[in-house]
Design a protein around this ligand. Structure first.
Ligand code: NAP
Length: 327
């Protein structure tokens, strides 16, 4: 008889009510792949977009090779249970973390290049919280933003999954950090090392003309004209995310591409961050966490059977740090 496992699946794009917790065939690793026993996974806005299937272009990525049912979840940490042919770097029994499709399940298969060894002192939950949010924060600050020690960075959306990493990583880079979040998130963000906090409900941070070398925008609720106004000469906006509530991504993407193109010939640049799964960067994040310089912030934990609840919670737009699934 074919081995089975519990997994979250969906047949049609839509809201969290489409998600089913069911028994499906346990996968077997193909060439270059590892089979991971999932210990923890985490939820990202990307999972929300892939579930909604909006903008429509994103369906190509959710619906890999037209397979049904679709399998949500990307960020994952677990233990290798089997390896396929030609897997060279990782072995059965290794604890790993990374990102691959179908993380909201007891098992998943992914290419070995999508994973790295988990440092033994990091918990599975912290490891699962890190890949997409941590890599996005690091790459927005370092690559899109070219942040250097002593510079001033403002992080709009500092209390969320990416923001809580960005505040801490910017501090490790020696920057002065201004964090924009609600008053209720302020104590958490302050603990992460923010030098200054702006409550977006009572203060408009775009009034501070000429102050920042870098604005990391995770919310997209101000025009790029206003964001550029608060930049120092040669400053940059790293445009990471936008939309509101249900994350209306399509309109934000068009607006950002236009602003980035228009800014190419100006001193104050808008750069769109598109994060990538990079093993060296993930290993660097692992070192920062293992050494205690960065701490993944976990807001809530949900069992695998309650992924729909976890998605609803994230989709409401006020998660404080990461939402983790325990498999
Ligand atoms: N470009 C890429 O490669 C990439 C990669 C990852 C993520 N993203 C995008 O980046 C964005 C952030 O991702 P995430 O994982 O951090 O999302 P998230 O965890 O869902 O963000 C939630 C946070 O947003 C804050 N927030 C809500 N409204 C705000 C406002 N008006 N001003 C300031 N903060 C506000 C909330 O803080 P309060 O509770 O304090 O209100 C909450 O802590 C998303 O749009 C996502 O799609 C892009």
């Amino acid at each position: 008889m074919e081995a089975a496992m519990k997994a979250i699946t969906y047949e049609r794009f839509g809201g969290p009510e489409r998600l089913r917790y069911e028994e499906i065939a346990k996968p077997a690793p193909a060439e270059g792949e590892i089979l991971v026993r999932v210990r923890a996974a985490s939820v990202n806005p990307l999972d929300w977009h892939l579930l909604r299937g909006k903008p429509r272009l994103i369906r190509l990525s959710a619906d890999v090779k037209g397979h049904r049912p679709m399998r949500p979840g990307r960020d994952v940490a677990g233990t290798i249970e089997a390896v396929g042919p030609n897997v060279n770097g990782l072995r059965v029994g290794d604890d790993v973390f990374g990102a691959a499709q179908g993380a909201f399940a007891e098992y998943l298969c992914g290419h070995e290049s999508s994973f790295i060894a988990k440092p033994p002192t990091i918990s599975f939950e912290d490891a699962a919280a890190t890949p997409i949010a941590g890599l996005t924060a690091l790459q927005a600050l370092r690559d899109s933003g070219r942040l250097r020690a002593g510079q001033n960075v403002l992080i709009n959306g500092a209390a969320g999954g990416v923001g809580t990493f960005a505040v801490q990583i910017a501090r490790t880079m020696g920057a002065e950090v201004t964090a924009v979040c609600s008053a209720s998130s302020a104590p958490c963000v302050e603990q992460l090392g923010a030098d200054r906090i702006i409550d977006y409900r009572s203060e408009d941070f775009t009034a501070d003309a000429g102050r920042y070398d870098l604005v990391v925008d995770l919310i997209g609720n101000h025009s790029f004209g206003r964001l550029k106004r608060i930049l120092a000469p040669d400053g940059r906006v790293a445009a990471v995310g936008g939309g509101s509530g249900a994350y209306r991504l399509g309109r934000w993407l068009l607006r950002t591409l236009a602003a980035a193109a228009a800014s190419r010939l100006t001193r104050r640049r808008v750069v769109m961050t598109v994060s990538r799964l990079d093993g060296e960067d993930l290993a660097y994040l692992g070192e920062l966490i293992a050494s205690g310089r960065v701490r993944p912030v976990i807001d809530r934990r949900f069992p695998l059977a309650e992924v729909a609840e976890a998605m609803r919670y994230l989709g409401a737009g006020h998660a404080r740090g990461k939402v983790v699934i325990i498999a």
